[in-house]
Design a protein around this ligand. Structure first.
Ligand code: RI2
Length: 355
């Protein structure tokens, strides 16, 4: 058994909810499009098929697609003997799948940094890098979860949007759900309101599924109910993930996040993003520089393949929106919780070493 397969076996022993792993010479993926009704495991042999799985949301969530990027590069090296040409081709292909989540770009760049200078990179060099990335992500989930849990009080109801959980990350609780899971494990009596997240319904299908598995009480609402729930005192905190955070703290997250942030501000409810330092993109100054992915309009005109709107009606589907930093109470990271002024404090975080 290779070092990598041994590593994956150890991960599985930790009772994690993995979205992607390596077994018997191939990648295994939970098909997130089929959850919660079917726990289907797909086998992927080729980097092209992995790229398609990222593009079509079979695997999704910014942390998870970052991990998938690293695995994809490993797969490319395994089949090509690590030739430079193939590594460059795989990196381009994988990066072209989804434009907003920065973790995908960063993990691929990390692998490219470790192959630079080699015409044929030894596979164990890439294997060691993949292990380093996976270990780091998992450690971050525990750390950011603990920092974030300190913000949650006994008796709180936490509203979350989309799915920022184990299957969107490295298996413990991703970002937002790591905060919730740690608070729950600390013995706090908490509840979660999960927004369904039209049109892909990640909240209804996956957040609700995971919270049920963890035994954490969850109530599902449609996205347009958050203002009501806040106005009647049913929400004490909002915690969401993020696909990219700009140097000034503006964040891109699932479409609808901005709307919840506006309502939270109106009702004086603390609004946090749970993320990691790897999701902060210091190369962009503000949210205006973040590319927002647009997906097929048929996801809006239809539901589960069934047409809702009259034929010929135009629709748009921006997959993310930008929440300006002024709506944020804090950015929860593995190094601690960052508060205003974000530009300054995020720069300081950049040089801080994880404790
Ligand atoms: P973490 C998702 O996007 C949502 O934006 C969600 O909040 C985020 O990724 C979860 O990822 P999609 O991939 O912030 O479902 O937890 O389009 O890494």
């Amino acid at each position: 058994m290779s070092k990598l397969e041994q590593f994956v076996r150890n991960l599985k022993d930790q009772q994690l909810l993995l979205s992607i792993w390596f077994e018997n010479g191939a990648l295994k993926l939970i098909n997130q499009l089929k959850l919660p009704h079917k726990e289907e495991i797909l086998t992927i042999q080729k980097v092209e098929d992995l790229a398609e799985a990222i593009r079509n949301m079979t695997i999704r969530g910014s942390g998870a697609i970052g991990i998938a990027g690293a695995w994809g590069m490993y797969l490319a090296a395994l089949h090509s003997g690590g030739t430079r040409e193939e590594m460059i081709r795989a990196a381009r292909l994988l990066k072209s799948t989804r434009p907003t989540a920065v973790n995908l770009m960063k993990t691929i760049d990390e692998i490219m940094d470790c192959v630079n200078g080699f015409e044929m990179t030894p596979i164990d060099r890439i294997e060691a890098k993949v292990i380093e990335i996976l270990e780091r992500q998992l450690q971050f989930e525990h750390l950011l979860g603990s920092h974030g849990a300190n913000l949650i009080n006994d008796g709180d109801t936490v509203l979350t949007h989309c799915h920022s959980g184990a299957l969107a990350g490295s298996g413990y609780g991703g970002r937002a759900l790591s905060v919730i899971r740690k608070a729950y494990e600390q013995g706090k009596n908490i509840q979660v309101i999960a927004c369904e997240t039209r049109p892909y319904l990640q909240g209804a299908r996956i957040t609700a599924y995971e919270l049920q598995k963890f035994g954490i009480p969850v109530t599902l609402i449609t996205d347009n109910m958050s203002g009501y729930c806040m106005s009647v005192g049913r929400v004490q905190k909002v915690v969401v993930g993020s696909d990219r955070v700009a140097a000034n703290g503006d964040l891109a997250n699932k479409i609808g996040t901005y709307m919840h942030a506006l309502a939270a501000k109106e009702h004086d409810i603390p609004f946090y993003t749970a993320t990691s330092s790897h999701t902060i993109d210091f190369s962009i100054q503000s949210g205006a520089d973040i590319e927002v992915e647009f997906r097929g309009a048929e996801e809006v005109t239809s539901l589960n393949g069934q047409r809702l709107a009259p034929k010929g009606v135009e629709a748009i589907y921006p997959s993310f929106d930008i929440t300006p930093n002024s709506y944020l109470s804090g950015i929860i990271t593995e190094k601690g919780v960052i508060t205003h002024p974000f530009s300054q404090n995020l720069q300081q975080l950049n040089s801080k070493v994880v404790q």
